[in-house]
Design a protein around this ligand. Structure first.
Ligand SMILES: [Mg+2]
Length: 227
């Protein structure tokens, strides 16, 4: 990781790619805990396992396949649309628009995209609840991806960069899940790990750390936008 810099230099970036959950809103919202409960219910229903075992299986699939969904599809033939609708059917009242985040995003020159292992519908709801939907040119969601291939699998990155004609060398990718930054760095993107605390020293493929996304975006050196 680059030495901590009060004003990170991102003047080479013209494409800004953001993970959604726990990146565009703070993990402290614990919104994913609600999705997690619903995924456990669904996994238990589909496999006939008890809740405890279903949860363990869910964790294993998340670890081995990138998402619980990918594991359920590969091993249990679940309908991905049914899974996603079930998992994301949660109230969003924990999400509160942050004007500093909107300002930080708005000052970035070029395009802003969302790249999420959640669904299109979930992304649209969350961006709307955060009041930042209008700031993004596009969303590449797991149900946009051919075969529902999730991050951190390499084809997910190939599909996303192709779908949005992304040039990795002038792109930055923001994520709270460290392992998802590896393939981005491999492609030549600048990577930013988002999250208040670092559990351990970050991996070599992490170029910057943003304890607070709004602070990071507002302080970064970026190309001046043409008036
Ligand atoms: Mg995330």
């Amino acid at each position: 990781m680059n030495a901590p810099d009060a004003r990170p230099d991102l003047r080479q970036i013209d494409t800004w790619i953001f993970d959604l959950d726990n990146t565009l809103y703070p993990a402290e919202c614990e919104l994913l805990a609600l999705c997690d409960e619903r995924m456990t219910d669904f996994t238990a229903q589909q496999t006939g396992l008890g809740r405890e075992e279903a949860r363990a299986l869910q964790r294993r699939y998340l670890h081995e396949h990138g998402t619980t969904l990918a594991g359920l599809m590969a091993n249990h033939g679940v309908d991905p649309h049914e899974f996603l609708d079930h998992a994301h059917d949660i109230p969003l009242d924990r999400l509160i628009p942050d004007p500093r985040l909107a300002d930080g995003l708005a000052r970035l020159p070029g395009r802003r995209l969302v790249f999420t292992n959640g669904s299109q519908k979930h992304a649209a709801r969350v961006l709307d609840a955060l009041g930042i939907a209008g700031l993004f040119e596009g969303v590449f969601a797991v149900d946009t991806a051919p075969g529902f291939i999730p991050k951190p699998q390499a084809p997910a990155f190939a599909n996303m960069t192709q779908a949005h004609a992304v040039s990795p060398r002038s792109s930055a990718f923001f994520e709270d899940t460290e392992r998802n930054l590896g393939p981005a760095a491999e492609l030549g993107m600048t990577t930013v790990l988002v999250g208040a605390t670092l559990a351990a020293p970050p991996a070599d493929f992490v170029h910057h750390h943003a304890a607070s996304l709004p602070d990071f975006l507002l302080s970064a050196r970026v190309l001046e936008q043409a008036a």
